[in-house]
Design a protein around this ligand. Structure first.
Ligand code: GLV
Length: 321
């Protein structure tokens, strides 16, 4: 019988949904297991269902020689050493598509929350200091007619652009390979160099994977090159933005605000950001709708079942295709 180790309780009952020929073991606690806990509990398993919080490195693969498949329950898989998996002949799959709308919704939630100072308004009201409507109170930024810059124009970046069009925004983007002409046409999106994206975006939303090319991409110089009064939103991966530099850019008054769902050293947040009123912070909720999280779990499980049955999985990560 093939055994599968799931590193966390998921919003579906994996045991009940897996076919009888697959033995499912689930980590017993609702916290990320350590590497040595995974190595111990997954001993003898053929596959792992992993999450963004589980580092899957060469040492773990070495400790688990029976593992042939890492099924990441997320679209991003920067926690998985794909090169080490390749060397060891371990398949890596992920869960694209099923969380696109959920994540784009959350990115736009942050855009609106920062632009309209939702956090400050809520806090004011709850503090009892609201004394009635004022024509000058908590004035924000209007989105209509402004420019959204999308850094990384894959599924989620395009879905955010679609939302921005509904708000009357113009869309610019950067991506390694340009989008097909029909995608650009339907979103009226224009590909520009990174420098132009920084200079022209009123709202800049990050949707690129974390890798050696994007790590630290938004540092002090890039933040200084952003349009004065712009908003930065990151729902991709924390280390793409230098949090200390972002806090400084906000403190200097160069940016209007920032919305962050991901952090450089998750779950820690830079203390200088925690204290700021112009930053909306969320605890990595991008895909956190019940439907999206269930689809993610089922997509990963379906690929684990395919691999266990000797069939090709549907969502191998691009590097291993
Ligand atoms: C979540 O962060 C994901 O990559 O799916």
């Amino acid at each position: 019988m093939t055994a599968l180790f799931v590193t966390r309780r998921l919003p579906i009952d994996v045991r009940a949904e897996a076919p009888p020929e697959i033995e499912v073991r689930v980590f017993g606690e609702d916290r990320p297991p350590t590497g040595s806990e995974i190595a111990r509990e997954a001993r003898g398993c053929a596959a792992l269902l992993t999450l963004v919080s589980d580092p899957v490195d060469d040492a773990l693969l070495e400790a688990l020689p029976t593992v042939r498949h890492v099924a990441q329950v997320a679209v991003g898989y920067d926690n998985v050493d794909v090169e080490a998996c390749r060397r060891r002949g371990v398949l890596v799959t992920h869960t694209p598509d099923v969380l696109t709308d959920a994540t784009a919704d959350l990115a736009f939630t942050l855009v609106l929350a920062v632009a309209r100072r939702v956090r400050e308004g809520e806090a004011l009201l709850r503090s009892g200091r609201f004394e009635g409507w004022s024509p000058t109170m908590l004035l924000g930024v209007e989105l209509s007619g402004r420019t959204l810059g999308v850094y990384g124009f894959g599924r989620i970046g395009r879905a955010v652009a679609r939302r921005a069009r509904g708000f009357g925004m113009r869309v610019l983007y950067t991506s390694r390979s340009g989008a097909p002409a029909e995608v650009e046409a339907s979103l009226e999106a224009t590909r520009v160099p990174f420098e132009a994206l920084l200079e022209q975006s009123d709202v800049l939303s990050i949707h690129a994977p974390l890798d050696e090319r994007t790590r630290g991409r938004f540092g002090a110089a890039e933040l200084a090159a952003m349009k004065s009064g712009a908003i930065l939103v990151n729902t991709a991966r924390g280390p793409i933005v230098d949090e200390g530099a972002l806090a400084a850019a906000l403190a200097g008054g160069h940016l209007f605000g920032a919305g962050l769902d991901v952090f450089e050293r998750e779950p820690e947040v830079h203390p200088a950001l925690l204290g700021r009123d112009d930053v909306v912070l969320l605890p990595h909720l991008g895909s956190a709708t019940e439907a999206a999280r269930q689809r993610m779990a089922r997509t990963a499980l379906a690929d684990a079942v395919r691999v266990a049955r000797g069939e090709p999985p549907a969502h191998v990560v691009p590097e291993l295709r």
